[in-house]
Write a protein of this length. Sequence first.
Length: 388
Amino acid sequence: MTVVKNGMVCEGRENRTANRSLKLMEKITLIGSSRDSLPTPALILDADIFESNIKKMQSLLAAKGVSLRAHAKTHKSPAIGQIQMKAGAVGLCCATLAEAEAMVQGGLDKILITSQIAGDDKARRLASLAAYADISIAVDCRDNIAELSQAALACGSSVGIIVEVDVGMGRCGVRSPADAVLLAQEAVECEGLSFRGLMGYEGHAVFLGDRDVRQNTGLAANRMLLESAEAVRSKGIPVEIVSAAGTGTYDIASEVEGITEIQAGSYIFMDLAYEKLGLPFEIALTVLSTVISRPDQKTAVLDCGMKSISVEREMPRPLGYEGMEIFKLAEEHALARINPSMNSPLRGEKVSLIPSHCCTTVNLHDSIYLVRDRRVEAVWPISARGIH
């Protein structure tokens, strides 16, 4: 619905959705065109590297007898989720209820929501979604279990329950094995719910640069999770799922007996932060930008600012120009220092930038261009971005 207010046209939600669909249709017409002909800034995914990263993770985990539950918070795209499932993932993780709704609408039906929700409204949304898909969610308190049980009974659905254990992050999660047992028992006793297992994310270990320190920290976190799992089993409650890790600690947790699945997401794209860890995955995701000004020999200005590339960890890195350094991002501009004695791009030329954080960069775009041999092969909507 379009509303005129104070002489201005205001878009309703329906129009915004329609406009986003129209923009996607316009982008789809670019399939087959040269990568360098794309309007910038554009989110680019190297098809060969992306496919290699997916196959490599599946192969590495399969060799250890551990499953992959791929994290959709990285890509927010049902199209990519479908590819991960076809490659062998046992399901997807979603960081939010809205992400889960977008994945189910995109045809995916094995979802673990890794963040807690609060309130009757979201509980009803979740229970409604669980009528159409296999949905589990992380919990860490009895009130949340009660909300979910009531909502599931009202909708006639069944919600899977995963008890989250705080394994060192100091964020969500129960603080002791005894608390984990109490919640597991509560979930077993409540109608409309199905206790599935436990999870613990060692996010405090993921980016530790020293491999030995990362391993010791990760293993300590995994032991805390397994201690809670054993405490639950000791009460005669079956534990199907013990879910842990992220991309930075996948290789550590997957060696631990008792961990059943790994929650990895960024391995498909990689970024500057993960590059430092020496993982066996390559950078597949870049943001294509255009040099819009060369005001002097030592400066270049690109059309890629904070609204199109994340800068929370460090400045993006240009590909192919060693004498070029991004030193500042504004809303719509990237400023680069240029070494005049080295090769540098001219005004109008395209430059690929590697983001410092792939997940938050993806969330700034409506679609992703899959490129192979410098040609656009597909355009995938990032349908879960910007929704709650």
